[in-house]
Design a protein around this ligand. Structure first.
Ligand code: WT7
Length: 654
């Protein structure tokens, strides 16, 4: 990183602009600014060329892009297989002996595992055959509920190999959450583990998996033995991974897949209580996963890429699986908690393996910042040459801390904006071009177009806030729909500004006339809690299922480390009296129904919620209350007196 820092504007929120070092410029795949203009001239050809060069197609497409609002297709009639591109291709070259996946277990005294591309090839083929033997066919859905172990990538790629659709569910989600997803996806098989290590304890995943498959179409549960703990195996239904693999034939012919066929679905939170299955295609997704992994993180053969996201999120799919593997890169995955046994575990791992590219969430950086710089200082972090962030807006302090104490002022910080829906990064600076500006993500990735609009649909001026949208041609990896819910797809993304403009639900500001964008956060009822996407309605649903709850409203409150946290306002049924036990039961209710990530930071018990005369809960008032903002006019409320009462309760520290 060049030491030259330029002052741009006298803005108290943002003072620094950094540019790539000569070394970075020399090494980077992309260091010529002209790429933006070149791609903008003919984005469809730009993508076609990258898809052709970067991937191996069984058959090339006959038409590159088709747009029938609000639907679009890429690489029409193209044939391709994702697993072939991620594994077989490299297994045919010197890379067969290169590490594909390095796995670090949580227990410090347990040995690491390293899978070369050859190992990955063997296991993917075998597991693909296992799935086939169990009757999985092209187009069937396979649920994957695994911790961060290499079997997760093996299972995903095995599905892709035979044309089955994978639906990965975050291992910290509850059995009930898993169940909803298995039902919605009509999954036939669930792949899980006996358990995993988390903060020194063994978590029994199989117990949740058993709840997850209740009353579903799941015929078999494949269980990987990770933790060696006692689990209950249901005769005829549950099968051990290692036993199945022993008997599996060593080669499985990859299916010829249509480029537009579904590679996977991934459930994410929307504004209702029901998570939506985001549908991703094959060829388009692979193209952007491949290209963004290569260009954003400047992936080279000697890199060790560590994306700390769990595979249960889109970041894990694209940057702990498809993106780097398509590039023949080495990825590192870690099973456990960032602060186990000590808060420098991540830096110990970086040092141990010589990680060169490190990608994490602002919430983790803020936590590290709190723990202090003495922890990273204990380790040699010189191997790192590029840093990335994702998942939520990053504040300047966290950015600068990351830049100085992890990157030692040498490494660009690539702040990548994207969504489960977009499949891959879309707005960020490129490492060989820059600029890298704290709190500003950067420009639209070459070949994509974003705009920022006001409420009436007019573009806003530089420095003014508005809503971020994307315009055609839509990035090839954009979602193709919401699983079995076409109406929700239209309503969610293509109704605010019509069916020709993709609405992101994010607020944004043009930073300058170069096209740099600052993201300001969600504008809907989706929270980002420690980087995890969660809807307030889901938490409300979980709470109202409790027998003592009459009604409730959940809103997001700002939090120094987690970014946002849910605060629940709960009205108990008339005959129920409040108690600590009951409060605890309510916290547990949310953990049981959704998972620990959704646990409210506070539950405020109240006699009433502020309502309009027509009986609608005024969430706007609750939001203002938890943010400490002006409440405004309450005279139109049915029960204005509740506001004062709630104000007292919110401000009371317990
Ligand atoms: C939402 C999408 C993209 C993978 C992980 C999150 C927020 C994401 C940034 C960023 C500001 C960001 C947005 C977006 N977001 N990246 N760099 N700066 N905000 O995927 O769970 O689908 O969440 O995360 O609000 O809409 P997701």
């Amino acid at each position: 990183m060049s030491k030259q820092t330029k002052w741009v504007k006298e803005d108290p929120n943002n003072k620094f602009v950094f540019w790539p070092s000569e070394e970075m410029k020399k090494k980077a795949w992309i260091s010529d600014e002209s790429i933006y203009e070149e791609a903008a001239k003919d984005p469809v050809s730009f993508w076609a060329e990258r898809a052709k060069k970067g991937l191996e197609w069984i058959q090339l497409w006959t038409e590159t892009y088709q747009w029938n609002p609000p639907h679009y297709k890429w690489f029409i009639n193209g044939k391709i297989n994702a697993s072939y591109n991620a594994v077989d291709r490299h297994n045919k070259t010197w890379r067969k002996d290169k590490a594909a996946i390095i796995w670090e277990p949580e227990p410090v005294n347990e040995p690491k595992r390293v899978l070369t591309y050859k190992d990955l090839y063997r296991d993917v083929n075998k597991f693909a055959n296992v799935l086939k033997t169990l009757g999985v066919k092209k187009g069937d859905c396979v649920g994957i509920y695994l911790p961060m172990i290499p079997e997760v990538q093996i299972a995903m790629l095995a599905c892709a190999r035979i044309g089955a659709i994978h639906s990965v569910v975050f291992s910290a989600f509850s059995g009930e959450s898993l169940n909803n997803r298995m039902v919605d996806a009509k999954a036939k098989i669930l792949v899980t583990a006996d358990g995993y290590h988390r903060r020194g304890k063994i978590i029994n995943l199989k117990v949740n998996a058993d709840i997850g498959v209740r009353n579903t179409l799941v015929k078999h549960v494949i269980v990987f033995k990770r933790a060696n703990n006692e689990v209950n195996m249901v005769e005829g239904r549950d099968l051990w991974w290692h036993e199945l693999m022993e008997e599996a034939p060593i080669y499985c012919e990859p299916e010829v897949m249509d480029s537009e066929s579904t590679l996977f679905i991934l459930y994410t939170s929307g504004t209702t209580g029901k998570p939506k299955g985001i549908v991703h295609d094959t060829g388009g997704y692979l193209t952007v996963a491949y290209l963004t992994a290569k260009w954003d993180f400047d992936l080279h053969d000697d890199d060790i890429f560590w994306c700390t996201a769990d595979i249960g999120w889109i970041t894990g799919h694209t940057y702990s699986c498809y993106g780097p593997l398509l590039n023949g890169a080495t990825i590192l995955i870690y099973e456990g908690a960032l602060n186990f046994p000590e808060v420098d575990r991540w830096w110990e791992i970086v040092e141990k393996y010589g990680v060169t590219i490190f990608y994490t969430a602002p919430t983790a950086i803020r936590m590290m910042l709190r723990w202090g710089e003495e922890w990273p200082k204990k380790h040699d972090l010189k191997s790192i040459r590029l840093l990335g962030t994702v998942g939520e807006p990053i504040n300047q302090d966290a950015w600068m801390w990351y830049f100085n104490h992890i990157g030692n002022g040498r490494c660009p910080v690539i702040d990548t904006w994207w969504q489960t829906e977009t499949g891959a990064t879309l707005i960020n600076a490129l490492p060989g071009i820059g600029p890298f500006i704290p709190t500003v993500a950067g420009r639209s990735f070459p070949g994509t177009t974003h705009d920022i609009l006001d409420e009436t649909g007019q573009p806003v001026k530089i420095g003014e806030g508005g809503y971020l949208v994307q315009k055609s041609p839509f990035a090839p990896g954009m979602l193709r729909g919401i699983y079995r819910d076409p109406e929700r797809y239209k309503a969610q993304y293509w109704s605010i500004y019509g069916d020709r403009i993709y609405y992101t639900s994010d607020g944004a500001i043009w930073w300058d006339d170069l096209g740099n964008i600052r993201l300001t956060g969600r504008v809907d009822d989706v929270m980002k809690v420690a980087g995890h996407r969660l809807s307030t309605a889901e938490v409300e649903n979980a709470l109202t299922q409790h027998i003592s709850v009459a009604e409730c409203a959940v809103v997001a409150a700002p939090h120094d480390v987690k970014g946002e946290v849910p605060i629940a306002f709960v009205v108990l049924k008339q005959d129920v009296s409040p108690s600590h036990t009951l409060e605890n039961a309510l916290f547990n209710q949310v953990v049981r129904v959704i998972g620990p990530t959704a646990k409210p930071a506070r539950i405020v018990l109240t006699d009433a919620l502020p309502k309009t005369r027509s009986g609608k809960i005024m969430r706007r008032i609750l939001k203002a209350l938890v943010k400490g903002e002006m409440i405004g006019d309450v005279s139109t409320l049915m029960n204005p007196e509740t506001v004062e009462d709630l104000k007292k309760k919110v401000n009371q520290t317990d």
